[in-house]
Design a protein around this ligand. Structure first.
Ligand SMILES: N[C@@H](CCC(=O)N[C@@H](CS)C(=O)NCC(=O)O)C(=O)O
Length: 217
């Protein structure tokens, strides 16, 4: 199988982390047609990476759909989907928090202003605080990574949190999560997992190059 993605994509990073953790036979490649080109849109319905291409040419888009698919076909070890139904629900709740709360309400506005070279406004920082407070409650209720197994919810959230740190580089990680002890502890736990750390380091390096190339364009 092939995973098409770009190195700075937080969504692609989710799948890359899963591939590393489960040692899956998936080759990670740049998109076969330029992103946003007619050819890309014709070939891939949603027009976004990541895309998983199967050996027979069929493909799947949307990072969460890919994560669940690879989990279903990719073997039990390590299992990244809990057996317990409520724990599975909590995993999906965390992923939806990342995609439907943190990203649209805080991450995207931040991304827009930082890449436009504008100052981050107080209202953007307030929105970020509100979203992080939601995450704090969710993460505290799930228990620390020392007490429960890592799952796809954690893997979906981590690259979005990394992006907050990258976009607010002047502020420092400790400061961003200062009011959120469960969230901070979770981040430190995630960063101790070598496959996660390695994946996120790759995203950081690629993001800095991407942001730098836009700044000088
Ligand atoms: N909901 C999608 C989001 C994917 C996404 O936004 N991908 C970005 C890269 S990070 C992309 O393909 N952007 C190209 C474009 O918007 O034209 C997922 O989870 O896979």
């Amino acid at each position: 199988m092939k995973l098409y993605t770009v190195p700075h994509s937080p969504y692609g990073a989710r799948v890359c982390a899963q591939i590393k953790l489960k040692n899956l036979p998936v080759e990670v490649l740049p998109p076969p047609e330029p992103l946003r080109s007619e050819g890309f849109l014709k070939r891939f319905a949603l027009g976004k990476v990541p895309i998983l291409e199967l050996d027979d040419g069929r493909y799947l888009g949307e990072s969460w759909a890919i994560l669940e698919y690879l989990e279903e076909i990719g073997g039990e070890i390590p299992s990244l989907i809990p057996k317990d139904a409520l724990a599975r629900g909590k995993m999906r709740e965390l992923a939806r928090y990342a995609d439907l709360h943190l990203a649209p309400n805080a991450l995207f506005p931040l991304f827009k202003s930082v890449l436009a070279g504008e100052a981050v406004t107080a209202s953007t920082l307030d929105a970020l605080h509100t979203e992080l407070a939601k995450g704090e409650r969710l993460i505290a209720a799930r228990g620390s990574l020392a007490e429960r197994a890592l799952d796809l919810g954690d893997i979906a959230l981590a690259p979005s949190v990394l992006y907050l740190f990258l976009l607010l580089e002047g502020l420092g990680k400790k400061e961003i999560l200062a009011d959120f002890p469960a969230f901070s502890g979770w981040w430190e736990g995630m960063d101790r997992i070598p496959e996660i750390r390695e994946t996120l380091q790759g995203v950081s390096t690629a993001f800095r190059a991407f942001a730098g190339s836009r700044a000088t364009a």
